[in-house]
Design a protein around this ligand. Structure first.
Ligand code: BEZ
Length: 326
């Protein structure tokens, strides 16, 4: 008996003295973009970084191309903890958090280097603080998929030509406002449906970035591109708040460090490659590109958009003021 008692005491003492064993964990990460996209390449690299920083304990498996549903579906899955992580557009988040809409202010920046500065600003980081309450997720960092351009089936020479066009947009209120303000008929739909909708004539035009135009070959069916750079198109790297709460402090720190590395690399790659992607598009046979289409093409739309959205979030004015300092 005495012997059993001392074994139990020894085991208890050992349990108290030994820190909880570090857990192995495979995170499931959803994205709407296809495997060729820069985001997906960086998520694949994130798997290696996580593994290195955790001595092989932590890994990430990507579910690309909307395999787990639309961005809205993925956000719901993270809220319940059914999905661990996602790299989602900032546009999707605007459906839950109006402050994020400020990042989609038209002509907030006129070049991609300034877009990177906005995404790395304290103001933008502050917006992430509201994510747990608004979405049940923790926002680790931002990246982007470049600046957005307009691609139309028919040539456009004035803003009047845009009126009435069925324009595919990413489902997001601030983007809808912009397209409604110049008289288009916005058709919100997930990225995964865009190519077929253009091919079958369901839509006349799209709002898209160089990377996706190249990846999907949208110029097969929309042969006119206006280089507007009319808004930056952000991404936010999210972890389910429920999943986050289950991680040790050490693992939270590892995940933060690893994801931040790949947000930064994604931003840097877009800044470095945006001009060469435009050059590549210029080489596409049959694609006509009108360059340097600025805000003046859209009349007073910036003022009107700001007036409407400034009522919903102070970040419109804060980000405009920030950009004035660049
Ligand atoms: C889009 O909805 O247009 C989109 C989403 C993610 C990456 C690129 C484009």
């Amino acid at each position: 008996m005495a012997c059993l008692g001392s074994i139990v005491s020894f085991a208890l003492a050992l349990a108290v003295a030994t820190p909880a064993l570090a857990q192995d964990r495979e995170f499931r990460l959803g994205l709407i973009t296809p495997p060729v996209h820069v985001w997906n390449q960086e998520v694949a690299a994130l798997n290696d970084t996580l593994s290195e920083l955790s001595d092989g304990r932590l890994s990430v498996t990507a579910f690309p191309s909307g395999q787990l549903g639309s961005e809205s579906n993925m956000l719901q899955q993270m809220q319940t903890g059914a999905l661990d992580m996602a790299w989602l557009t900032t546009a999707e988040i605007t459906n839950r958090l109006p402050d994020m809409a400020a990042l989609h202010a038209p002509f907030l920046v006129d070049n991609i280097a300034d877009a990177a500065k906005v995404l790395r600003s304290d103001e933008a980081r502050e917006i992430l603080d509201a994510l747990p309450r608004a979405t049940g997720t923790v926002g680790i960092c931002y990246a982007m998929t470049g600046m957005r351009q307009l691609l139309t089936r028919e040539p456009v020479s004035s803003s009047d030509d845009l009126a009435g066009l069925r324009f595919r947009i990413t489902p997001a209120p601030p983007i809808r406002t912009f397209f409604e303000m110049f008289g288009a008929a916005p058709a919100p739909m997930p990225l995964t449906q865009v190519y077929d909708s253009l091919a079958n004539g369901q839509i006349d035009a799209i709002d898209m970035d160089h990377e996706s135009i190249i990846n999907f070959g949208y110029f097969d069916h929309a042969t006119n591109m206006m280089e507007t750079n009319h808004h930056l198109f952000g991404m936010v790297a999210l972890v389910s708040a429920r999943v986050w709460a289950q991680l040790s402090d050490e693992d939270q720190a590892i995940v933060r460090e690893a994801v931040q590395i790949h947000c930064d690399r994604t931003i840097d790659r877009f800044v470095a490659e945006e001009a060469s992607k435009l050059e590549r598009l210029k080489g596409v046979e049959g694609l006509t590109i009108t360059e340097d289409v600025g805000p003046e093409f859209f009349g007073d739309i910036v003022e009107r958009w700001d007036a409407e959205w400034a009522e919903q979030t102070p970040y419109v004015q804060r980000l405009r003021a920030l950009v004035d300092t660049f």
